[in-house]
Ligand binder design. Structure first.
Ligand code: SF4
Length: 408
């Protein structure tokens, strides 16, 4: 597809979701609720799942959180939310997973940061987590993060580097250490007895070029599926653009089996935004479709009215709201293309390329809106209810072309 060829990797099952080994690139997200608050966490997981998150990670940072995990999973089951739940462990994962076996059983995967498993007992703690993964038949993600890199390993690598006749730049040594930390941890996990098809790796960094460099190296160095994401991507446009830039380069090279966009939400903002950004990255690259795409022109001096912008926004919002239902009853609807254009300059052309498209009248144009369906001019709408009539045509198109199953 578009010159896109996936890197060969071993497939890992996270609950019922395959990651790597040719499976579709998986979208995942992380909650920001207090995990110990069961209802709040369940609510947010359900929202993320509704938005299309295929795996959801929750922090398991203390005893209260660990004790809450089985109840969270049980409540999700009762609500028919089937998304696999991943536990994010730092510092005390070895203690929590051992002392809370119901938590260890309920989770679909454990995320271990090898830089945060301790200092003197670093490997011992790491191995304890791996033993729990083996005991409960769970996969792990070995998630190295440059902000919490294994300091012991880094110091060793720096000392070795300083002894060289021509030492490398410290940045290069850090990159080597990130790579080595992940590969060393994978080797250690397998020595303890974890199967190769139970390991996913990530090496997150906050700079786009650094991320691309480290993932290219990691992709060449192992066959584990790779979890891709820019760490601490940031807020709003910065986070979206930086993540899109980094992930697009790597995904286009076939690198990345599951992705997350680590956006900082506005206070009280919608956490599911990170899911939609992931989906849009994959959809824009032509890798996976999640939702009908609405093509809209940017507008210009030919259309002074904001009507077409409002209609494009309304149609996009409507599609987004309906997708959790449509996804089940209209399979394939995610491949549909919709065009909402501001005038007849590019409107009919763009509409013809879409499954269904409308060109609204520009300034001084006749107040008529031609609608194209599957490339053919179907009807010309006019009057005060163009938006409503177009939406009806859109719904009819979906029912006719994507078939309706009974809603249960
Ligand atoms: S389609 Fe018309 S209104 Fe939209 S950008 Fe092109 S010329 Fe401007």
């Amino acid at each position: 597809m578009n010159g896109y060829k996936r890197r060969d990797s071993i497939q890992v099952m996270v609950g019922n979701v395959p990651v790597g080994g040719g499976a579709p690139v998986v979208v995942q997200s992380m909650t920001n609720t207090d995990t110990a608050d069961i209802d709040d966490t369940v609510k947010q997981i359900a929202e993320l799942s509704d938005a299309g998150s295929e795996v959801v990670r929750i922090t398991v940072n203390n005893k209260e959180a660990a004790a809450a995990v089985p109840y969270i999973v049980e409540k999700l089951d009762k609500k028919n939310v089937e998304v696999p739940i991943v536990g994010d462990f730092h510092y005390n994962g070895h203690v929590l997973l051992t002392q809370y076996p119901e938590c260890a059983k309920a989770l679909a995967k454990y995320r271990i940061n090898p830089g945060n498993t301790g200092t003197r007992t670093r490997d011992q703690n790491f191995c304890t987590i791996v033993e729990q993964a083996i005991k409960y038949d769970k996969p792990v993600r070995i998630g190295v993060n440059w902000g919490s890199l294994d300091q012991q390993l880094l110091a060793e690598k720096m000392d070795l580097n300083n002894a060289l006749p021509e030492p490398k730049e410290s940045k290069e040594v850090m990159m080597d250490t990130i790579l080595e930390s992940a590969l060393r941890s994978s080797k250690l996990a397998q020595e303890v007895g974890l199967a190769e098809d139970k390991i996913i790796i990530s090496c997150k960094m906050s700079g786009v070029q650094d991320l691309v460099t480290i993932y290219r190296r990691m992709a060449a160095a192992c066959r584990h599926p790779l979890h891709l994401g820019l760490t601490e991507a940031g807020m709003g446009m910065k986070g979206i653009v930086a993540s899109s830039a980094a992930l697009a380069i790597l995904l286009q090279e076939g690198i990345g089996d599951t992705i997350r966009v680590s956006l900082t939400p506005q206070p009280g903002g919608d956490r599911a935004e990170e899911v939609r950004v992931c989906q849009q990255i994959l959809q824009s690259l032509g890798i996976r479709n999640f939702i009908p795409q609405v093509t809209a022109c940017p507008g210009c001096g030919r259309t002074k009215s904001t009507y077409f912008q409002e209609l494009a926004d309304e149609i996009q919002g409507y599609i987004r709201d309906m997708m959790p239902i449509w996804r089940d009853i209209y399979p394939g609807v995610e491949d549909m293309q919709v065009a909402v254009m501001g005038c007849v300059v590019n409107g009919p052309g763009e509409s013809k390329h879409a499954n269904i498209g409308i060109s609204l009248p520009g300034t001084f144009e006749e107040p008529k809106a031609p609608v194209y369906v599957d490339g053919e001019h179907k009807v010309t709408l006019s009057g005060d209810h163009i938006g409503r009539e177009f939406r009806k045509m859109l719904e009819d198109y979906i029912i006719k072309n994507y078939g309706a199953k009974e809603v249960v």
